[in-house]
Design a protein around this ligand. Structure first.
Ligand SMILES: Cc1ncc(COP(=O)(O)O)c(C=O)c1O
Length: 444
């Protein structure tokens, strides 16, 4: 019987060959840190709905979902048709377009708290701009971020992260205050003691789209009150949760309206794109007023070659209009619930210490027991971190790939509206087989 690793190598020879070539071209052979994998990552050729295929013709049920960008699965026919049409009409007209107006209206229809929008090319750009707008609007310098919360890779976003950060001047972190996640008292203390706080940014369902959950909804409501009292800008980073935690994101799911939201991934229908959206008076820090004192000194400058480009705009608009008009979130959430219940059943049946938790279509597994309600895990963040770092988790991910299931990172399933009971049940059978293989290797 081959080991999990031996089977992985044998099944993926085409990927191994490509990785040898890619290693001469890219640092660690990859173009995104999360795609780095030992002994080599997998190379995919195409996807359709909930499935995708690799260069060795292996088929996968996909839970990476385009790093979270695909709520409607791969190559949704309506999005594919709209993008194909637009390519023939021009990918960049160097001008304003109807498509950007349609895109913005589709966002506003789903997120009632949004008054104005500015488009970007990625989530990283959106969080950078949201922090800048908060600083410009309040005239203050510092932003609070929560420990382990991820907002992309620009200098400010990296403050307090669990990643290495050479190349980032310490001085950029002087304007960031890192607070423990989930502790309202800690945020209140910073806001009361430091008069230079412009705002706070957080992932509203917890770090890594809920892997390390927050006490919800009370924490969000508490932050809303605190920031209003202290005149600080509340920024929800809804890059992943936007249009996934609910059709209107975490803000609609929990009924707490932030001052600004950062959006990317689903917002652009599977193409590159991002946005800062929220209160008009804050987003309008970018607006020209025809007053030289304002325009030349106080206005926030914002160019960007691909802002609102017609391809991303049409893909985003079609995607969001479908989300608004069909029960797509409900479909994805129902399948995620079936998956979560099934995973918890397998852990119990096989007597393996582990559980699955999560909300909407974002499911996380932890190889440790917990008596939480399976929506919002109550384990300490250190315990979850520790459990996810185990070699058993690496083996499980590889074992799942051997079985034709590709998960997001080391522990997450992002379910789309195209996953059906067939995919979920096939995934559960694969999970049981992979878990058995991990146990056979003595890792559990
Ligand atoms: C919550 C969150 N914010 C920001 C980003 C950065 O977005 P992008 O990768 O589009 O720059 C990500 C990316 O995964 C994210 O998960």
């Amino acid at each position: 019987m081959p080991t999990i690793l031996e089977e992985y190598i044998a099944k993926h020879q085409g990927s191994a060959q490509r990785y040898a070539e890619a290693s001469q071209l890219f640092p660690s052979g990859v173009t995104h840190d999360n795609r780095y994998a030992e002994p080599f990552p997998l190379y995919m050729t195409h996807g359709l709905g909930p499935r995708k295929w690799d260069v060795d013709a292996n088929e996968y049920i996909d839970y990476v979902s385009g790093h979270g960008a695909l709520l409607l699965g791969h190559s949704h026919p309506a999005i594919a048709a709209a993008v194909a049409y637009q390519i023939a009409w021009g990918t960049h007209l160097g001008a304003c377009t109807d498509e950007e107006i349609r895109w913005a209206k589709a966002i506003k229809a789903l997120m009632p708290g949004v008054e104005k929008i500015r488009f970007h090319s990625s989530g990283t750009e959106a969080t950078l701009m949201a922090m800048r707008l908060a600083r410009a609007y309040t005239g203050k310098n510092k932003i609070i971020k929560l420990r382990n919360h991820f907002h992309g890779w620009h200098d400010y976003a990296m403050a307090g992260s669990d990643r290495p950060a050479p190349g980032i001047p310490q001085s950029s972190w002087g304007s960031m205050v890192v607070a423990p996640a989930g502790d309202l008292g800690a945020v209140e203390k910073v806001l009361s003691n430091d008069q230079d706080i412009a705002g706070i940014i957080l992932e509203p369902t917890g770090a890594h789209y809920g892997q390390l959950p927050l006490p919800l909804p009370s924490y969000l409501a508490g932050l809303r009150d605190l920031t209003s009292q202290h005149g600080a800008v509340l920024i929800f980073d809804e890059v992943v949760t936007g249009f996934r935690a609910s059709a209107g994101g975490a803000q609609v799911r929990y009924g707490v309206t932030p001052d600004l939201s950062t959006l990317a991934k689903i917002v652009a229908g599977g193409l590159p794109g991002g946005a800062v959206a929220g209160k008009a008076e804050i987003v309008d820090m970018i607006a020209h007023r025809g007053d030289p004192a304002w325009d030349n000194q106080r206005r926030v400058y914002h160019p960007g070659t691909f802002n609102g480009n017609p391809l991303s705009a049409i893909a985003g608009a079609v995607c969001l209009e479908l989300i608004a008009s069909q029960p797509l979130n409900q479909r994805a959430d129902n399948m995620a619930l079936r998956l979560k219940n099934g995973l918890n059943g397998i852990f119990a049946r096989m007597e393996v210490a582990g559980h699955a938790h999560g909300i909407a279509s974002m499911i996380h597994i932890v190889l440790a027991d917990c008596d939480c309600d399976r929506e919002i895990c109550t384990m300490s963040h250190d315990q979850i971190h520790h459990a996810v770092a185990s070699p058993a988790v690496t083996a499980l991910k590889r074992g799942l790939q051997n079985q034709g299931v590709d998960i997001m990172g080391r522990e997450a399933f992002l379910v789309s509206a195209t996953h059906t009971e067939r995919e979920i049940d096939q995934t559960l059978a694969a999970f049981e087989a992979a878990l058995a293989a991990v146990r056979a290797e003595g890792l559990l």
